[in-house]
Design a protein around this ligand. Structure first.
Ligand SMILES: C[S@@+](CC[C@H](N)C(=O)[O-])C[C@H]1O[C@@H](n2cnc3c(N)ncnc32)[C@H](O)[C@@H]1O
Ligand code: SF4
Length: 407
């Protein structure tokens, strides 16, 4: 597809030039975030398809991993030269398997190599089974501003069924320790769990809220391919109607507690939204380092998606070889793919995004999706406000259908 995109030249006069094949022209670059992947967990949970690998006893090859991360980052620097990094997310896997000294070294390396915004949000995921008060305090002293704890449930029987390495008492203790250590804490909870009733789901929420929680992520338990649960699904999973009712109860319960559902799975008090994830949903840029990490980077004439080798050992060897072989994929996103990619993210936000950001972030004119916008609006899935791209309540309920209209 070849489209002429009008741009403005330096003198402010309208100009137009043909876009490079499959590419786009961006007049400014979006905010840039950094994702760092830590690929190990004490044990693999039966429902989880993240790129995480069991490290029995929590023993991880920390030195080699930190060296490989440094090498990965240094090789990526030319692609983000001069750009400021607005947020960092250290995810996994279980980043809280890193020693306090290891995490300190990692953050010092990021500060030395990157133009890290002084007020950057720095989130670290932690599993309650690996959280110790002293270590969480040390992580925060090194610069972590936000912990994200994988709580899942406060019901010991559920935690057992989910194969978690911690019980509810450890989860409660981890929340208190994390809240004492850092200014911001998110709790992950899952719902539609085996045999879970709506009352049990709401009891989990109430317990989470009772900690004064300012941010919650609520994930519907999904059966992901190639997991133990996909092969041996729990028998007593709530059906679609029951889990839809649970979703409604969650939204009502949390709204009453002052936590607004601002994204499909994310709830926050005013001012407590996750800046890093907002940047994903607003189609910002992110560099992803570590095994299996994904990235999206914009340049003035193209948008590139990247992925790293998934296997921790292969990624470490390749990153240390410094020959670029740790990057398993690097491809320019075609102009025909950009509208769907943009909408896939933006429509997850309850408030949507300004319509102008479509052009800013994709380099395409909004006219290229005028037909789909009109059709979605007529079906009652998209808000009629021309200044915003925002799903209606109906569109949010049938989000997949709405997003697919932009394929
Ligand atoms: C990387 S983990 C969080 C940190 C740490 N690994 C842990 O589990 O404690 C990210 C979150 O994804 C969610 N998750 C993982 N697999 C899921 C699935 N199959 N269905 C729903 N949520 C899932 C869990 O809530 C989990 O806390
Ligand atoms: S601890 Fe987290 S990342 Fe690790 S297997 Fe369990 S859910 Fe997945």
């Amino acid at each position: 597809m070849s489209i002429i995109i009008p741009i403005r030249n330096d003198m402010g006069a309208p100009a137009s030039r043909p876009r490079p094949a499959g590419g786009s022209v961006l007049t400014s670059l979006p905010p840039l975030s950094l994702y760092v992947h830590v690929p190990w967990c004490v044990r693999k949970c039966p429902y989880c398809d993240f790129n995480s690998h069991a490290a029995p006893g929590g023993e991880i090859p920390e030195r080699a991993y930190l060296e490989a991360l440094r090498s990965d980052l240094e090789q990526a620097l030319p692609s983000i030269w001069g750009r400021q990094v607005v947020s960092v997310f250290i995810g996994g896997g279980t980043p809280s398997l890193l020693s306090a000294a290891g995490l300190d070294e990692l953050l010092a390396m990021l500060r030395a190599c990157l133009n890290l915004w002084p007020d950057a949000e720095i989130t670290m995921e932690a599993n309650p089974g690996t959280a110790e008060a002293g270590r969480l305090r040390d992580y925060a002293a090194s610069g972590v501003t936000r912990f994200s704890l994988g709580i899942q449930s406060f019901d010991d029987a559920q935690l057992k069924k989910l194969g978690r390495i911690h019980d509810a008492a450890q989860a409660r203790k981890a929340i208190e320790m994390a809240q004492r250590a850092a200014p911001r804490v998110n709790l992950d909870l899952m719902f539609a769990l085996p045999g879970q009733t709506q009352e049990a789901c709401v009891a989990d929420l109430r317990e989470a809220v009772a900690f004064g929680t300012e941010h919650l992520s609520l994930y519907h338990l999904t059966m992901e391919p190639n997991t133990v649960f996909a092969k041996f699904p729990p028998e007593d999973l709530p059906d679609d109607d029951a889990s839809a009712a649970m979703q409604d109860a969650i939204e009502a319960e949390l709204a009453a507690a002052g936590l607004d559902r601002y994204e499909v799975s994310a709830y926050a008090r005013p001012g407590a939204r996750c800046r890093h994830n907002l940047n994903y949903w607003e189609f910002g840029d992110y560099l992803g380092i570590g095994p299996g990490a994904h990235g999206k980077l914009s340049f003035h004439d193209r948008i590139v998606r990247e992925a790293r080798l998934r296997s921790p050992d292969s990624w470490m060897r390749a990153a240390l070889a410094r020959d670029g072989s740790h990057v398993s994929e690097s491809r320019q996103v075609g102009a025909d793919e950009l509208p769907f990619e943009f909408m896939l993210n933006a429509l997850r936000l309850k408030a949507g995004v300004p319509a102008s950001s479509f052009e800013e972030r994709t380099g395409l004119s909004l006219a290229v999706i005028a037909h789909q916008l009109e059709a979605a609006s007529q079906r009652g899935l998209l808000d009629a406000d021309p200044t915003r791209l925002r799903a209606t309540a109906l569109g949010w309920r049938f989000l997949n259908d709405l997003q697919e209209m932009f394929l």
